[in-house]
Design a protein around this ligand. Structure first.
Ligand SMILES: Cc1cc2nc3c(=O)[nH]c(=O)nc-3n(C[C@H](O)[C@H](O)[C@H](O)COP(=O)(O)O)c2cc1C
Length: 198
C-alpha cells in the first residue's frame, strides 16, 4: 500500500501535521508513506511544474492533501498544484477510486478553515476520489483529540507555530484511519462484470 501526503507549508505548521499523519500511517501494517511538499519555486509564471510529484501521486492508493488556510481558503501555492492536476489526470479520471483525506491549519478560532477542507473535498470529488473524514466525535473538550470538532477532515488552530498535543494526536489518527480505509477498499476491490457499461 502506498500513501502520499501532499502539502504546502510556509512557516512549518502544516509540515508538522504532515509528519504526524505520516507517523500514523506507518504505525500499524507496512505502508510506503511519502511526504510530498509543494514548493513555491516549482511554480513558474503561475503554473505548477513538478511532474515527478504528480507522478508519485499516480502510484498512490491513498492521498492526503494539506494546506494552511490563507484568506479563508487553501494557499495559492496549493491551488497552483491543484490546477496542475487538470488535463489528462482529470479528463481520464486517472485518480478515480483512490482514497483521499485532508487537513488544514489556521490561527483563527474559526478562521474560515472549514472552507479550505471543503475545497480539498471538492478537489478529490473532481478527481473521482473517495473522501474519508474523521470518525472521531469531537467532545468539545480542549484536551481531547478532534478538539475543534471537525469531521470533514483535520482542522488545527496553531498560534505562533505551536501545535498542541491533541491536534498532533488527531493528525496521527487521521493517518491510521486512511490506512484502514485503503485496506478495506483493497480487500473489497472488484472489477465490474464484463459487458457492463455505463
Ligand atoms: C497571507 C495569510 C493569510 C492567512 N489567512 C488565514 C485565515 O484566513 N484564517 C486563519 O485561521 N489563519 C490564517 N492565516 C494564518 C495561517 O493559516 C497560519 O499561520 C498557519 O499556521 C500557516 O501554516 P504554515 O506554518 O504551514 O505555513 C493566514 C496567514 C497568512 C500569512
Amino acid at each position: 500500500m502506498k500513501i502520499v501526503i501532499v502539502y504546502h507549508s510556509v512557516t512549518g505548521t502544516t509540515a508538522q501535521l504532515a509528519e504526524a499523519i505520516a507517523a500514523g500511517c506507518s504505525s500499524g501494517m507496512a505502508v510506503d508513506v511519502q511526504l510530498l511538499r509543494i514548493e513555491g519555486e516549482d511554480i513558474i509564471q503561475g503554473r505548477y511544474r513538478n511532474s515527478s510529484l504528480l507522478d508519485a501521486i499516480d502510484q498512490a492508493d491513498g492521498v492526503i492533501f494539506g494546506s494552511p488556510t490563507f484568506m479563508g481558503s487553501v494557499s495559492s501555492q496549493f491551488k497552483a498544484f491543484a490546477d496542475a492536476t487538470a488535463g489528462d489526470r482529470w479528463g481520464k479520471q486517472l485518480w478515480a477510486d483512490k482514497v483521499a483525506a485532508g487537513f488544514t491549519v489556521g490561527t483563527g478560532y474559526c478562521g474560515d478553515t472549514l472552507h479550505s477542507l471543503h475545497y480539498l473535498q471538492i478537489l478529490a470529488a473532481q478527481q473521482g476520489m473517495l473522501w474519508t473524514g474523521l470518525d472521531l466525535a469531537g467532545a468539545g473538550d480542549v484536551k481531547s483529540p478532534n478538539r475543534l470538532g471537525a469531521q470533514a477532515g483535520l482542522i488545527v488552530r496553531a498560534v505562533d507555530g505551536a501545535i498542541e498535543q491533541p491536534d498532533l494526536q488527531t493528525a496521527f489518527y487521521l493517518g491510521q484511519r486512511v490506512v484502514r480505509v485503503v485496506s478495506r477498499c483493497m480487500w473489497q476491490e472488484q472489477k465490474p462484470e464484463s459487458g457492463q457499461q455505463l
